[in-house]
Design a protein around this ligand. Structure first.
Ligand SMILES: Nc1ncnc2c1ncn2[C@@H]1O[C@H](COP(=O)(O)OP(=O)(O)OP(=O)(O)O)[C@@H](O)[C@H]1O
Ligand SMILES: O=P(O)(O)OC[C@H]1O[C@H](OP(=O)(O)OP(=O)(O)O)[C@H](O)[C@@H]1O
Length: 220
């Protein structure tokens, strides 16, 4: 067993907030430089290791125990449904997962009456569950980005995607129809690591919990 605690962090938009939060409980990595192409960074003094991975791959590294802990959006967890311990809402990366459609095509009638709606999304599992629960049969079209383009060019009638400022929907002439879930960033933990490295991991969870609690108190 490695004496390091290893974090899987997403390379994209939540990396910086993650490192800023960890710094508040004394977890830092001086070796980590902005713009570096390196994927693993170590702090040999404090025995922390950081891996920079695709956001959607974070749960996999944690599930297989290559990382003890991971930072990931709730959207990814909902989509992948892996068996991971999720002890903390880190309270950043706020966005919403929504159903949206082109403004000019907005139909006032109940979508239950539509037959065979095509929905483009990065989240086919969540989308299928959501519409199935409403008794609506949809054709899922899995895309990997620029989801808002799909209805504009006739690939789908609707999309399921994340919205934060709303600028992407607006600038592409789309409107929200329904909210599926409120999304924030979560801490996830490998279940075996929680046992084998119990003391250090528990200390990290408790430290983060306190910092986040204090931040929330300050903002109300
Ligand atoms: N406006 C937003 N759009 C997309 N994700 C957001 C937004 N705001 C916050 N997030 C959160 O940031 C997480 C990571 O997003 P990021 O764009 O870095 O990765 P990605 O490009 O979606 O994933 P991948 O690299 O695997 O394709 C999302 O899973 C989500 O939880
Ligand atoms: O409400 P907004 O602030 O405009 O943010 C929402 C947009 O941001 C994300 O896209 P991203 O930048 O990850 O691009 P991609 O979907 O092409 O990967 C998301 O998929 C939306 O398209």
């Amino acid at each position: 067993m490695s004496d390091y605690i290893t974090f899987a962090l997403p390379k994209g938009r939540i990396m910086q907030d993650s490192m800023e939060l960890f710094a508040k409980i004394g977890i830092t990595c001086p070796e980590m430089e902005k713009g570096s192409r390196k994927l693993v960074f170590e702090n040999p003094e404090s025995k922390f290791r950081f891996m920079a991975v695709r956001a959607t791959d974070v749960p996999t590294y944690v599930e297989y125990g290559c990382a003890d802990l991971g930072v990931v959006g709730k959207d990814t967890l909902l989509e992948q449904g892996k068996d991971l311990y999720e002890p903390l809402d880190l309270k950043f990366g706020y966005c919403r997962m929504v159903v949206a459609e082109p403004k000019e095509l907005r139909r006032e009638d109940d979508p239950v009456n539509w037959s065979n709606i095509r929905v483009a999304t990065k989240y086919p599992n969540v989308t299928e569950r959501y519409f199935a629960a409403k008794g609506i049969q949809v054709e899922l079209i899995k895309l990997y980005g620029s989801i808002e383009l799909a209805p504009l060019v006739g690939l789908s009638e609707r999309i399921v995607d994340l919205v934060s400022t709303g600028a992407t929907l607006r600038e592409n002439g789309m409107v929200e129809v329904e909210t599926i879930a409120e999304i924030t960033t979560r801490l996830i933990v490998n279940r075996a690591s929680l046992k084998t490295k119990h003391q250090r991991i528990t200390r990290i969870i408790e430290g983060l919990e306190k910092v986040i609690g204090d931040q929330v108190k300050l903002s109300v």
